[in-house]
Design a protein around this ligand. Sequence first.
Ligand SMILES: NC(=O)c1ccc[n+]([C@@H]2O[C@H](COP(=O)([O-])OP(=O)(O)OC[C@H]3O[C@@H](n4cnc5c(N)ncnc54)[C@H](O)[C@@H]3O)[C@@H](O)[C@H]2O)c1
Ligand SMILES: O=C(O)C[C@H](O)C(=O)O
Ligand SMILES: [Mg+2]
Length: 441
Amino acid sequence: MAYNKLIRTLMIEIPSVPGSLGKVATAIGLNGGDIGEVETIKVGTDHTQRNITVQVENEDRLQDLIEAINELEGFRVQTVSDEVLRAHEGGKVQMKSKMPIQSLADLSRVYTPGVADVCKVIEAEPEKAKIYTNIGNSVAIVTDGTAILGLGDIGPVAGMPVMEGKSALFDQLVGINGIPILLDTKNPDEIVATVKHIAPGFGGILLEDIGSPHCFEIEERLKAELDIPVMHDDQHGTAVVTLAAVISACKSTGVDLKEATVGQIGLGAAGLAICRMLMAYGAKSVLGADRSQEAKDRLQNYGGTPVDDLEELMSQCDIVIATTGVQGLIKKEWVRKGQIILALSNPKPEIEAETAIEAGAAFAADGRSVNNVLGFPGIFRGVLNAQSDKVTHPMLVAAAEAIASCTKAGDLVPQPLDRSVHERVAEAVEKVAADAKQPLH
Ligand SMILES: NC(=O)c1ccc[n+]([C@@H]2O[C@H](COP(=O)([O-])OP(=O)(O)OC[C@H]3O[C@@H](n4cnc5c(N)ncnc54)[C@H](O)[C@@H]3O)[C@@H](O)[C@H]2O)c1
Ligand SMILES: O=C(O)C[C@H](O)C(=O)O
Ligand SMILES: [Mg+2]
């Protein structure tokens, strides 16, 4: 199939009578569509469901073709999927048994009556749950759906593809069982209470895409009230990866962070945590802009300097980071020669990296490459390995330095699918956790 044409898969309900497939094929052909794969999904007495992949010239031709199929009596186009949507059909993760269950002996070992003995062992010694269950290797990925990527408050169910994505990454990158938990409340008291109630089934809690400002209170309360590690990814996972990118960029450009002025645009979950991290790591000064006065006040309380005008911020800073969720917010003409620009909003950045480079930036990246996928898997692998009850600031700094140490000269961050990076992050975090457990002399 040619590359510049649209390729879509139509899920079509067609009558279960001979000749029906031929009618669809004719409707597609008469409207300029080329047929690729044909797959039967379900055969019923009245209707059969098929996926038919078609190639068409453009969106208008696709609509004509769909209309033509829908006009056929008894035929209905149920979904139209591109490659990404198709990959999501049926979801991206599933719970699988580790044990074969083939014989009755297997059944009584895996399930009742054998399982009752294991329950009694854990009842007598709760610590043994770490040995005889998967709790110690499971992390709840909790969202209320209020800040899904930069898409905003689209609700937890619409955010599920992101949560399934984080779960798939946990599994494939570090072998952690990540379980999405969707909350139908935005009330901090209810979120805290719910997460506390489900916490016994998990070795850690990853808060994901919970918007600001309520994310700050929720994370603080859960950290204080639970005895398992809790981390809000959009705050600290992002701050870790951003610090790693800043360390690498400073090294490549000869900028000394202690002499550098950093500007943060967007002071929500990600932005405020990035500011706090860079201030703690020794940046000379951190300026911040946000459309919300409360967000700027929060920055000031942490020692940063609020700025009202984005152009002014851009003109003063050696390093600019943006996490607003607003595509194209940074104008090309605001970019200063030699600046380091990290426009981290997903799915679209505040300025495209190529545009920033064309405008004179020394380094520029977007949220696809400088992404918390480089942080959260290794951080949780490390704390779970160490059986630590918390994620601490020194662990986060160790994670950032580990990522920076894996970065090739001239790059900002390493490749996220390089398993050795996640191993290095996990080792660094585990080491900090182990050192913290040593008695002080
Ligand atoms: N690359 C990554 O790893 C990564 C990680 C986390 C978040 N992000 C991205 O960062 C963005 C924000 O996420 P968040 O969790 O911090 O959300 P958030 O809702 O907590 O914060 C967004 C902040 O931006 C501010 N803002 C919005 N429009 C603005 C404008 N025009 N000018 C100034 N400020 C503005 C809001 O007032 C808010 O304080 C999202 O697009 C998300 O995809 C990227
Ligand atoms: O999920 C991502 O790609 C990054 C991040 O968590 C985000 O919210 O944008
Ligand atoms: Mg996120």
